[in-house]
Design a protein around this ligand. Structure first.
Ligand code: FEO
Length: 404
């Protein structure tokens, strides 16, 4: 086997044996502008365990990194913490190559792997079960819906190491293995983007999982996620857990996201006036034209914002397609505690604004009146009304922030 790809040692017994996907730019609709890693870990104890696998095209990279440390056929146990195919895609081929004694997953994970790959030999482990590797042990912690029904964490007490699967991860391709060797701004941007686009709809189960880990009293020296760098300094682990608590709470801030598309520039002129009004009212507007702002970047800005103002022209008695796209995406992500408004221009019926308004209402956004619909090209009066709408949204936002 070629020795281009090598394992990297993390602790006395644990090696990183994952894959780096430098070229990934789309992860089911999420723009991954910095690529990603699929992390897998090899535990060299009396018995040898592989924790998670990688996306199917990266199987040879995984096996080569394992082979740089041991013969892959020496692996006794494979643990699948999460069945999504970025971690399980090569599992059938890896099982065939390694022939482990056991492959374990949560109960839902065993079923999911059967449904994906017709794998019938997966052993289901209970929440709290312990797998003895001799001089190391693996403890399984079920974390249903964080972020799939099958999700679980694996904790190794001897090295106070948590294999956290997607949790605390980020889509960031890097040869640098540890968080503490990367800039904090980059980590915050990518961890927030990951949380906004993958985890935001699941803040209830995530809060429960955080409480479960905290109540268990387990010590954490290392948190090893399935994407991006590894957390190993106490201050960094405390920081990312604190960020998760903050992102779960989604307390309103004075940040206001204005996103829109435009046909002939009228809706854009309204957006500009609304942005000025938001600023005049004391808010911090982020104006994001959809020609140039990816839906996943809008979602990231919405996490940590207190207002969402959405503009659309009317096209064929409907919203503009790009606006429908971002609203469909945001609705699924279930952002919380937002105020907002709909706006836009129209030709003969204000259907676009009405659809935006109805969608925002269905998302439980606390809306200012019916929003603002302007026929054809905004007049000076219309622009004043748009400015006033921005001021009104900022006022509502101030009140929401005061309530906390
Ligand atoms: Fe990284 Fe939910 O898979």
């Amino acid at each position: 086997m070629n020795d281009t790809f090598r394992a990297q040692q993390i602790t006395d017994s644990v090696y990183w044996v994952g894959a780096i996907d430098w070229g990934l730019r789309d992860f089911h609709g999420y723009a991954t502008s910095r690529g990603t890693t699929y992390n897998a870990y090899l535990v060299l104890a009396d018995k040898i365990a592989l924790i998670d696998a990688v996306k199917a095209p990266f199987k040879n990279e995984l096996l080569a990194r394992i082979a740089s440390v041991i013969d892959p056929q020496r692996i006794d146990v494979i643990v699948s913490n999460h069945s999504e195919m970025d971690h399980s895609g090569c599992l059938p081929e890896v099982i065939a190559a390694v022939e482990p004694e056991r492959v374990v997953a949560s109960k839902a994970g065993a079923e999911t792997l059967r449904q994906h790959f017709d794998l019938t030999s997966i052993e289901a482990v209970e929440d709290g079960a312990v797998l003895d590797l001799g001089n190391r042990t693996l403890q399984f912690v079920e974390t249903k819906m964080v972020h799939w029904p099958d999700s679980m964490l694996t904790y190794m007490p001897e090295e106070k190491l948590l294999f956290s699967q997607d949790a605390f991860g980020m889509h960031l391709a890097t040869i640098e293995l540890f968080v503490d060797n990367l800039p904090r701004e980059l980590l915050e941007a990518e961890a927030a983007k990951y949380f906004a686009n993958i985890l935001m709809p699941l803040v209830g189960p995530i809060s429960k999982a955080l409480a479960k880990v905290q109540q268990s009293g387990i010590a954490l020296d290392i948190v090893a996620p399935d994407h991006g760098p590894i957390w190993r300094r106490a201050e960094d682990i405390a920081w990312i857990i604190g960020k998760y608590v903050e992102w779960c709470a989604q307390k309103p801030t004075m940040k206001a996201v204005v996103t829109y598309d435009t046909m002939w520039g009228s809706t854009e002129r309204l957006a500009r006036a609304i942005g000025e009004g938001l600023k005049a009212g004391g808010a911090d507007p982020r104006v994001m034209p959809l020609r140039g702002s990816h839906r996943s970047d809008v979602a990231t800005e919405v996490l940590g914002a207190g207002a969402l103002v959405v503009g659309s022209p009317t096209l064929n008695m409907n919203m503009f397609p790009t606006v429908a796209d971002v609203l469909t995406y945001l609705k699924g992500l279930k952002p919380q505690n937002l105020v907002g408004a709909a706006f836009g221009s129209y030709g003969w019926a204000p259907a676009g604004v009405r659809h935006v308004h109805e969608t925002l209402a269905a998302m439980k956004v606390d809306l200012v009146d019916d929003g603002l619909a302007v026929k054809y090209v905004p007049t000076d009066e219309n622009l004043k009304a748009a400015h006033a709408l921005g001021v009104a949204v900022a006022g509502k936002l101030k009140a929401a922030c005061a309530r906390g």
